[in-house]
Design a protein around this ligand. Structure first.
Ligand code: 5GP
Ligand code: MN
Length: 330
């Protein structure tokens, strides 16, 4: 639950601002993009000048390009906030690397998020750890903030909830989540149309890339870890962008005997990003935090400080065993 006082403070900040900059986290997912755009559209309808952004690489994942409101996007280097900053789906300032200067520039910051490890870095913090998605929070508070929901905004918010709940299948899906989804449907969202856009819009190249990636999938006995490494070479071979690979990790989770799924992604710089998911309440959020990242108990990630894939894998393996999640010490 979010306290009334907090909502009143946020509402006052919005009322008093002519322009609003809305920031999502680096490597945005459906919830970050959906929340940024959904909130942006509602604020624009209220008469505010709205710019939305996220850190480099500043691109919209292919399957989210159908969303309304993309014309509000402004690259991080061109952003010039004048008034209020709103951050969505960001647990900490570290998730906003290109914006450290403006976040410390004396502007009021409204921080809207659902991560358990949110550092409460805003002037006003609207953080609900029980919400399945930041988009769910944005919907639940929009009236308190003086905003009106349009069909376009509803499309964005529904997409955020759909993607962060794994199509309403993950255990963050609550009665409240389904209620919000039904209210968004009542506002004009067609669930099958969103599903088609998000989950049935892959290219043949992407399907072939997926087949290749899954053919390299490994399952480890001692850690219960299943993983795939995606190199720049793999992407180039199929003409696929890294931002398209967001959902590949869900295919690894289909494996009956896995306990932790990980996707190791080689960035252009050679640095490895790690995406993790777990089952049976295994707390990978704390492992990710220890390795410099963060996230939820069952969905977390980090950017590796190790050189290359092998070192990154070995480090993660050690951390899993040390944390007591290995199969041998259970
Ligand atoms: P994904 O694997 O989808 O990129 O991220 C899963 C979850 O972990 C998301 O909630 C995301 O916000 C969080 N996460 C991923 N990478 C990082 C990171 O580098 N730092 C932090 N603090 N959280 C991350
Ligand atoms: Mn989220």
């Amino acid at each position: 639950m979010i306290e009334r006082e907090v909502l009143e403070d946020a509402s006052a900040l919005i009322r008093g601002s002519g322009s609003v900059v809305i920031l999502g986290h680096q490597y945005p997912d459906g919830d970050a993009v959906g929340s940024v755009l959904g909130l942006g559209l509602m604020l624009r309808d209220l008469g505010k000048t709205v710019e939305v952004s996220w850190p480099e690489p500043f691109e919209v994942p292919g399957r989210l390009t159908f969303l309304p409101g993309l014309d509000m996007m402004v690259g991080p280097d061109k952003l010039e906030p004048e008034d209020l900053i709103v951050t969505v789906d960001c647990a900490s300032r570290e998730r906003l690397p290109d914006f450290n200067k403006i976040l410390r520039g004396g502007f009021n910051v409204v921080n809207i998020d659902h991560h358990t490890d949110n550092t409460m870095f805003g002037t006003v913090n609207i953080v609900d750890k029980d919400a399945a998605a930041t988009a769910e929070i944005v919907y639940l508070i929009h009236r308190d903030l003086g905003l009106e929901l349009t069909e376009d905004a509803a499309v964005c918010l529904y997409t955020g909830i759909l993607t962060d709940t794994g199509k309403f299948q993950f255990n963050n899906t609550s009665v409240e989540t389904l209620k919000v989804a039904s209210e968004l449907a009542a506002a004009g969202v067609k669930p099958s149309w969103i599903y088609e856009n998000v989950y049935q819009s892959d290219s043949l190249n992407y399907l072939l890339f997926t087949g290749d990636a899954l053919s390299r999938c490994v399952l480890e006995e001692d850690t219960g870890l299943t993983y795939v490494f995606i190199s720049q070479e793999n992407l180039k071979r199929f003409g696929v962008r890294m931002s398209e690979t967001e959902d590949l990790i869900d295919s690894l989770r289909a494996l009956k005997t896995h306990r932790i799924a990980a996707l190791f992604k080689e960035l252009e710089s050679g640095t490895i990003r790690v995406s993790m998911r777990s089952r049976n309440d295994i707390d990978i959020g704390s492992i990710a935090r220890k390795l410099g990242g963060g996230g939820h108990k069952v969905a977390a990630g980090y950017t590796s400080s190790r050189n290359g894939f092998e070192d990154t894998l070995n480090e993660l393996r050690r951390e899993i065993i040390e944390a007591g999640w290995g199969t041998d010490n259970r």
